[in-house]
Design a protein around this ligand. Structure first.
Ligand SMILES: Cc1ncc(COP(=O)(O)O)c(C=O)c1O
Length: 374
């Protein structure tokens, strides 16, 4: 059973007792208003029927989702809307897949650090976590040997997330092929948490063929590369019909269906996906440059490796031994929320940096001003 304990990062934010003016650890690209979205399409959504939607998600939306992933990847299997199930966010999709496939004592191989739910949900379901740890010495990069030493006949599930939250490292197409071969060899499920796959501003080979595998599941969402976290639409794609049937049952006992307004807004976002994602990727690239200049100015205090793709990176604070105290002081004195990377399972004096937002420069200036005072 998934229990009632909050994920680590949400527990941390709830305990903070101060007002937050901005989030320098935000994992999303820049959002826009509903008005902006309507304007991009030149339409308004006045005639949406505010009734239940279909449990699977609207056919039109699921066709957009299929096309989106077909453009990003190179699976040969003909995927169509029947292979897609929408959810209220990637979180609901992940929780449903975990509930559908995991049982107590199953082994789950998961890249660590990570988005906390990926580990915590497996833990709550009584599974044994086999962490594939990444480190700064290896540029936060996983290797196939890391997976080979952890995957065995007891492995039920491998979970990967590329571009990686929080480090910004990637699993390129060649490594993805090797991981897929390993999953097939041990007949385990493979979840690709692809929520930031479209934030590929350096045009790296991020495509994969996981959807050719009957136990391959791709998860994505409106919130990360699109930046549209206010549209609570996520999805799971798999060619596995039995799994899809289980997921449908699980969803019908949780959210039942997505909001009609969210579905309509998601369709608008897909109709304008190139413009939205290209704009967001320009913002991320420009924020990376700003942060490079910031680190050059404060080289006695910070060390980082820019992300290869995605919205996030981790930054080492080299002049503290107490990252929690350091980030709390920054937040209490500036109103800028910074999350210590320990919340994501990374020990050491690191914090998570979100590079997707338009207010990044303003928040960085606040941090800079604060550092000059202390
Ligand atoms: C890697 C990863 N997967 C899944 C999710 C869940 O996405 P959502 O909150 O939009 O449901 C997040 C959110 O931060 C994430 O970072």
């Amino acid at each position: 059973m998934l229990n009632s304990q909050l994920p680590a990062h949400l527990q941390y934010i709830q305990k903070l007792n101060c007002s937050i003016e901005g989030n320098l650890s935000n994992s999303c690209a820049q959002s826009c208003t509903f008005g902006d979205l309507c304007q991009l399409s030149g339409i308004h959504l006045d005639n949406i029927e505010l009734s239940y939607t279909s449990v699977q998600g609207s056919v039109e939306l699921r066709r957009h989702i299929v096309q989106f992933h077909q453009e990003l990847n190179h699976h040969k299997t003909l995927i169509n809307e029947n292979n897609v199930l929408t959810f209220c966010g990637a979180q609901e999709a992940l929780a449903s897949v975990y509930q559908a496939i995991l049982e107590p004592n199953d082994e789950v191989v998961v890249v660590t650090p990570n988005y906390p739910s990926l580990t915590q949900m497996a833990d709550q379901l009584g599974c044994l976590i086999k962490a594939v740890n990444v480190s700064s010495e290896n540029h936060w990069q996983v290797s196939i040997d890391d997976f080979k030493s952890r995957v065995n006949d007891n492995t039920k599930l491998i979970v990967i997330n590329s571009p990686h939250n929080p480090t910004g490292s990637i699993i390129d197409s060649a490594l993805a092929d090797e991981i897929l071969t390993l999953a097939k060899q041990f007949d385990c499920y493979l979840i690709a948490d692809d929520v930031s796959q479209a934030s590929n501003y350096h045009h790296l080979p991020l495509s994969h063929s996981f959807l050719d595998y009957n136990k391959g599941i791709v998860i994505s969402v409106m919130s990360k590369s699109f930046g549209l976290s206010g549209i609570r639409i996520g999805w799971a794609i798999t060619k596995n019909k039995d799994l899809l049937a289980k997921l449908l049952a699980i969803k019908s006992f949780s959210s039942i269906c997505c909001s009609a307004l969210d579905e309509a807004a998601a369709i608008l976002a897909f109709e304008n996906k190139d413009e939205i994602i290209n704009n967001n990727n320009l913002i991320i690239k420009s924020n990376i440059k700003l942060f490079q200049a910031f680190v050059a100015k404060h080289s006695d205090q910070f060390n980082w490796q820019p992300p290869k793709a995605g919205v996030l990176a981790v930054v080492e604070v080299t002049n503290t031994r107490d990252i929690k105290g350091w980030v709390e002081n920054v937040t209490y004195n500036t109103g800028v929320l910074i999350l210590p990377a320990t919340l994501f399972g990374l020990s050491g004096n690191y914090f998570r940096l979100g590079l997707g937002q338009n207010n990044f420069e303003a928040l960085l200036t606040k941090l800079s001003d604060y550092l000059e005072k202390v």
